[in-house]
Design a protein around this ligand. Structure first.
Ligand SMILES: [Zn+2]
Ligand SMILES: [Zn+2]
Length: 323
C-alpha cells in the first residue's frame, strides 16, 4: 500500500500529469501514520522521505534593536523577520515585520499571500511594513495580526506625519486584527497559531505555530528573570516539546550585568529554557547589533559545549532551515 502511494506520487511528480511539488508532499505525508519504526527498513525509508522535511523556515532578518552596516555581519544585518511555509507552498506565515521584510519581498516573484504575526510594536519589529511593495497588487492578500494594546497603533503609526501612505491603502486585500493573549488563529496556510504573553519592556506576544505536523515557537524579545523575578506567563508550557524554538539571545553574561532590565535574554538562558522545555532544536535570534560573526561563533561554541544534548544553531540571515 505504502509503495503504491510512493510510486504513484513519484510517477506523478516526474511529469505524467505534472502536479505541484506541494501536491506530492501533501498526498504522501497525509497517508503517513508515522508508524515507520514498527515496520521493515524498506518501508521506513520510503515513508520517511516524505516525513523528514515538511517546513521551510527563512530567516529574512535576525538582528535585534537596529539594522547594522559594515561587518562582518553574515549572521544578519536586518531586523526581525522570519518566514515559514510548507515545502512547495506559496502561502506564508511571517513572524515580525522588521527591515528583513524587504528580503521577503525580494524572494517573491509576484503577489503575496500571507499571514503577518507581529510580536510587539518596537520599531525593529515593524519598520519593514510601510515599504513592503508586494501588497500593492490586486492579487495579493495579507492579514496582519498584532497585540491588542488599545487604540489603533498600526493605523496611527503609518499615517502622516510619520509616513505618507498607509500600507492599508495598497491595492491588495490587506486587513489588520488586534488579538488577545491566548487567542488562536486559523492561518491561510491551513495551520494554526496561538498567541501567548512574553515578558518584555512593553506588551509582547510570542507565537506557537502548528503546521504540517510540526510545531515552531517564536519568542523574539524575552526578559530573562533576574533578582527576585520569576519566569512570567506560559512560555514553558507553550514551547514544550516543540520542533524548533526561535528565541532571543541578544546578550552574553557581561552584557547582562549592566543591561538586565532592558528586556532581553542571554545565550545561557535561551539554552536552559530550551532544555527545560525539551525542544528539539534551538535557533538563537535577535543578535545584538554590537556583536560580529566571530563573537557569535564563540558564544555558539561555548553554548554547545555546555549543552551537548541540545541541537543549537545561531539564526543566519539568508540561510534556510528545513524541519
Ligand atoms: Zn526587538
Ligand atoms: Zn522589543
Amino acid at each position: 500500500m505504502e509503495l503504491d502511494i510512493v510510486v504513484h506520487s513519484i510517477s506523478e511528480k516526474i511529469g505524467r500529469h505534472k502536479p505541484s511539488l506541494k501536491w506530492s508532499f501533501s498526498f504522501a505525508h497525509a497517508k503517513c501514520d508515522r508508524s515507520c519504526t514498527k515496520n521493515c527498513k524498506y518501508r521506513r525509508f520510503i515513508r520517511c522521505i516524505f516525513c523528514l522535511v515538511v517546513l521551510e523556515i527563512n530567516f529574512f532578518g535576525t538582528r535585534g534593536s537596529r539594522h547594522v552596516s559594515g561587518g562582518p555581519f553574515d549572521y544578519g544585518r536586518d531586523t526581525s523577520c522570519v518566514g515559514v511555509r510548507e515545502v512547495g507552498s506559496s502561502i506564508w506565515t511571517i513572524f515580525d515585520l522588521g527591515s528583513g521584510l524587504n528580503n521577503f519581498a525580494e524572494k517573491l516573484s509576484g503577489n503575496v499571500v500571507a499571514d503577518f504575526l507581529l510580536s510587539h510594536y518596537h520599531f525593529d519589529h515593524l519598520q519593514g511594513l510601510p515599504f513592503f511593495y508586494p501588497m500593492d497588487r490586486s492579487d495579493s492578500k495579507v492579514r496582519i495580526f498584532a497585540p491588542n494594546i488599545g487604540g489603533d497603533p498600526l493605523g496611527q503609526l503609518f499615517a502622516p506625519p510619520f509616513f505618507p501612505v498607509s500600507p492599508f491603502a495598497f491595492r491588495g486585500d490587506i486587513s489588520k486584527s488586534y488579538i488577545e493573549d491566548g487567542q488562536e488563529i486559523e492561518l491561510l496556510s491551513g495551520g494554526s497559531v496561538e498567541a501567548f504573553e512574553v515578558a518584555h519592556t512593553d506588551t509582547e506576544f510570542g507565537y506557537r505555530l502548528t503546521l504540517g505536523g510540526r510545531r515552531i515557537c517564536y519568542v523574539p524579545d524575552h526578559q530573562e528573570p533576574y533578582g527576585e523575578m520569576a519566569l512570567r506567563g506560559k512560555v514553558l508550557e507553550m514551547i514544550d516539546g516543540c520542533d524548533l524554538l526561535i528565541h532571543d539571545a541578544q546578550y552574553n553574561a557581561s552584557d547582562f550585568a549592566t543591561k538586565a532590565h532592558w528586556g532581553h535574554s542571554t545565550y545561557d538562558f535561551a539554552a536552559e529554557l530550551a532544555e527545560q522545555g525539551s525542544v528539539k532544536r534551538l535557533a538563537l535570534f535577535h543578535h545584538d547589533p554590537s556583536r560580529n560573526d566571530d563573537e557569535i561563533n564563540r558564544e555558539l561554541k561555548h553554548l554547545k559545549e555546555n549543552h551537548p544534548d541540545l541541537e543549537i544553531c545561531a539564526a543566519h540571515q539568508g540561510e534556510d532551515l528545513f524541519i
